[in-house]
Ligand binder design. Structure first.
Ligand SMILES: NC(=O)c1ccc[n+]([C@@H]2O[C@H](COP(=O)([O-])OP(=O)(O)OC[C@H]3O[C@@H](n4cnc5c(N)ncnc54)[C@H](O)[C@@H]3O)[C@@H](O)[C@H]2O)c1
Length: 187
């Protein structure tokens, strides 16, 4: 899953799928930065795997910026960024969500990935390597046949993603000439 000494970031790594990702990456030899909005949860996972906890709210631009900066400080290079944190849309008993709930959901389930890519892509393009993995959710709604991956045009896994947002992946790809969108075919 990873080469030795890979520097990895896992958002929402304090629980659920993110905790499993952090554990697996550490077991594979990666140095892992564990992010979560729940500082105690991030600390607990980091302590368990010998990683570094960086609590932050990745639903905000400032949160993503501070996480990327702290991770670069600790890791030197971010080789792999697992943009995993996400929330189910809140709603009342009839399923109706308030405006603020929609905005919160948009900020974490879509914009967190866009903001991370904005910060990571320039450096990755310069050095020709880097991976963004987005825990899939909404792409299944927009494309039931597959998830989206972004790979380097030469086929190397510069970026690979099961993308949360079809549209945001397309934006990354279109704005990053050496990269192309690739369907993983994963269900
Ligand atoms: N569990 C499923 O069946 C399922 C299915 C499809 C997709 N997903 C997606 O997988 C991802 C992880 O899901 P999960 O089931 O592990 O969820 P979870 O609720 O078990 O864990 C999510 C973690 O993210 C953290 N988090 C929430 N908001 C955050 C924020 N703003 N900043 C930083 N951390 C934050 C939480 O504290 C929690 O530790 C989500 O993006 C979710 O949409 C889950």
């Amino acid at each position: 899953m990873t080469r030795p000494a890979t520097g990895a970031v896992v958002t929402g790594g304090g629980g659920g799928i993110g905790r499993a990702l952090a554990r697996r990456l550490a077991a594979g030899g990666a140095r892992v930065v564990v992010n979560d909005i729940d500082a105690a949860a991030a600390e607990a996972v980091a302590a368990e795997i010998g990683g570094r906890a960086v609590p932050a709210d990745v639903a905000t631009r400032d949160g993503v910026t501070s996480l990327v900066a702290a991770a670069r400080d600790h890791l030197g290079e971010i080789d792999l960024y697992c943009s995993n944190a996400g929330v189910a849309a809140a709603g009342d008993e009839d399923g109706a969500a308030a405006e603020a709930d929609w905005q919160r959901s948009w900020d974490i389930n879509v914009m967190a990935h866009v903001r991370a890519a904005e910060q990571l892509l320039p450096g990755w393009l310069a050095r020709g390597d880097g991976r963004l993995v987005v825990t899939d959710f909404l792409s299944r709604l927009s494309n039931p046949e597959s998830s989206i991956s972004i790979m380097a045009a030469d086929g190397s896994p510069a970026l690979a993603s099961a993308a949360t947002a079809y549209q945001s992946s397309s934006v990354f790809a279109l704005s990053s000439a050496p990269f192309r969108v690739q369907s993983s075919g994963e269900r």
